[in-house]
Design a binder for this molecule. Structure first.
Ligand code: 6PG
Length: 226
């Protein structure tokens, strides 16, 4: 991981994210038969996924995973799986795509987390993340017990961002990922970016060694040369 800090005009954000992802997947597939791509939830990456839908990715060699999920059915409008697959595969998920969703709708969330952790690779090849205004990433929210987890790869979590109940990857998954892209837009995230990259006191700090793509507004509180 190179720890790049990319600050771009908002008009370039989607294309820079799209090209970073294409390059990262291509680099993995130059060495390995499959690429484990872990997708970020929330709204920021959706235009990037829609742009990737128009590119010719080698989906048969990509295993799609999710960094977190809301505890709702997959057809719920709040489902990360639902919104991400709609953006990536607007005509439906092709049969050769291997995509594994977190079963957030299960009543037994501990078991759902355990099941998902069991299908995950030792290390994710390409991990995509966003951050919230409070500095959360995936569904690792400030004060969450999941922040202290050192063994399990996935855990149930409760967050301030609705819906509250979620499943999330844990810090070991982030820390072991081969490549990370954190995508952040908007001035409402600038304090969280500053705290993650310069203070190190919010959950998104866990992804500090990854590449960060920010528009100028999100990077507005960073000191020069971060
Ligand atoms: C989720 C995401 C969450 C998201 C941030 C940013 O399920 O909501 O995993 O971590 O990445 O909250 O969300 P926005 O991109 O919508 O601002």
């Amino acid at each position: 991981m190179t720890g790049m800090r990319m600050v771009v005009d908002s008009t370039e954000f989607v294309s820079r994210a799209e090209n970073w992802i294409l390059q990262a997947v291509s680099d993995v597939l130059a060495k390995r038969s499959d690429c484990y791509l872990m997708l970020a939830g929330g709204g920021t990456p959706l235009p990037v996924y829609r742009a990737l839908a128009r590119r010719d990715l080698p989906w048969a060699r990509i295993v799609c995973l999710f960094g977190d999920e809301r505890c709702v059915p997959p057809d719920d409008t709040q489902s990360n799986y639902g919104s991400i697959t709609q953006a990536l595969f607007p005509l439906g998920i092709p049969p050769d795509v291997r995509i594994f969703r977190m079963r957030g709708e299960e009543e037994d969330r501990e078991d759902a987390a355990l099941q998902y952790g069991a299908i995950m690779p030792d290390r994710v090849d390409v991990l995509l993340l966003g951050i919230g205004e409070d500095g959360h990433t995936a569904s690792l929210f400030p004060g969450s017990a999941a922040l202290e987890e050192t063994d399990r790869k996935v855990m149930p979590a409760v967050g301030a961002k609705p819906p509250p109940h979620r499943l999330t990857i844990t810090p070991p998954v982030i820390l072991s990922a081969h490549e990370i892209l954190v995508m952040v837009e908007g001035s409402d995230k600038s304090a969280a970016v500053h705290r993650a990259l310069e203070e190190g006191d919010v959950p998104a700090s866990i992804a500090k060694s990854g590449d960060w793509l920010m528009d100028k507004a999100a990077a507005g509180m960073l000191h020069a040369g971060v």
